[in-house]
Design a protein around this ligand. Structure first.
Ligand SMILES: O=C(Nc1cc(-c2cc3c([nH]2)[C@]2(CCCNC2)CNC3=O)ccn1)c1cccc(C(F)(F)F)c1
Length: 318
């Protein structure tokens, strides 16, 4: 139900670029009547863009997912475009905010509260049979710069429905003797998101990623092997004071076998997440480590982007 009236009748488009998504550019815009600021994502109208908008619109009501205000279908110089107007997340990205508060101690309890917010978003998606498949630091944004800002997930450019056979093809009844796997392989798309949750949690706890290539190359063969074989650890001194509960949760999310990896329901039931307000207020070195690693942060982002691209391909072929 996108609007077909010209977006420019209702909004002023500024030339402030907020970022580039998989399928399109994001710019700032202002509602003419209310003077309210919004983020506008410009997508070329095609099947991929339609899927992104449809899935994002379906979950836009979740408190921890960037809300869509409006969608317009307009034609510019003969090209059909989808214009997605979203609430403006003026607080910027998750790790920028943790780094900016480097002086005042960032504690394990604050980390647990942040993880709880991200898990609420992922649980909202997975319970509606939608996998995000591109959960990474630059897609986690804050509403404002204020202390009470809310963290939200954005960019549904790789999102997809995970309805497997037992809900679609097979008739509404299934003979009681049919084994579950016969109804079609449980799709592993959701487990991409759990792996991402594990990587994001690891970085929140210490300020550097669990996997990286040592020789500064893009994904080195060694790094790929280390990801597949789950070779990472919790090095001292950064991890010395972190609770065993947090480390065990990360292990459950970074399990190399997607079928053995925790599901989001299990993550939400985990004590460290469910009772995040009872997590010890141990000071973490995340802010300082993020600051120290600031120049190599773009490489960390690129490596996560590549790891996700590889995983999406691998799991689609399973
Ligand atoms: O990025 C800002 N606001 C924002 C941004 C988005 C947004 C959507 C998407 C993205 N951002 C990215 C940008 C590149 C990194 N991945 C995410 C690509 N894909 C998207 O779908 C949505 C809503 N508000 C921002 C940051 C600081 C200040 C302000 C402003 F001053 F405008 F309030 C806005």
């Amino acid at each position: 139900q996108p609007k077909t009236t010209p977006l420019v009748d209702d909004y002023l488009i500024s030339d402030t670029v907020l970022g580039l998504g998989i399928n399109g550019k994001v710019v700032e815009c202002t509602h003419k009547r209310t003077k309210q600021k919004y983020a506008l994502k410009v997508l070329l109208d095609n099947e991929k863009a339609r899927r992104e908008v449809d899935l994002h619109w379906r979950v836009s009501g979740c408190k921890h997912i960037v809300n869509i205000t409006d969608v317009y279908e307009n034609t510019y110089s003969g090209r059909k475009c989808l214009l997605v107007v979203m609430e403006c997340m003026a607080g910027g990205e998750l790790f920028q905010r943790i780094q900016d508060k480097a002086d005042s101690a960032f504690t394990e309890r604050e980390a647990a509260q942040i993880m709880h917010e991200i898990c609420v978003a992922i649980h909202y998606l997975h319970s509606r049979d939608i996998a995000h498949r591109d959960l990474k630091p630059e897609n986690l944004l804050y509403t404002t710069n204020q202390p009470n800002a809310i963290l939200k997930l954005t960019d549904f450019g790789f999102a997809k429905e995970t309805l497997s056979n037992d809900t679609l093809q097979t008739p509404c009844y299934t003979p009681y003797y049919v084994a579950p796997e016969v109804l079609g392989p449980e799709k592993y798309d959701k487990s991409c998101d759990i792996w991402s949750l594990g990587v994001v949690m690891y970085i929140i706890m210490c300020g550097f990623p669990p996997f990286y290539s040592f020789n500064g190359l893009a994904i080195s063969p060694g790094m790929k092997k280390r990801i597949r074989t789950g070779q990472y650890d919790f090095p001292d001194p950064e991890w010395t004071n972190v609770s065993q509960a947090a480390k065990d949760l990360i292990k459950g999310m970074l399990n190399v076998d997607p079928s053995k990896r925790l599901r989001i329901e299990e993550v939400m039931r985990n004590k460290w997440i469910a009772q995040y307000n009872a997590v010890p207020q141990t000071p973490l070195c995340t802010g300082r480590m993020l600051k120290e690693g600031e120049e190599t942060w773009p490489e960390v982002q690129e490596e996560m982007t590549r790891s996700l691209a590889t995983m999406r391909v691998d799991y689609d072929q399973m």
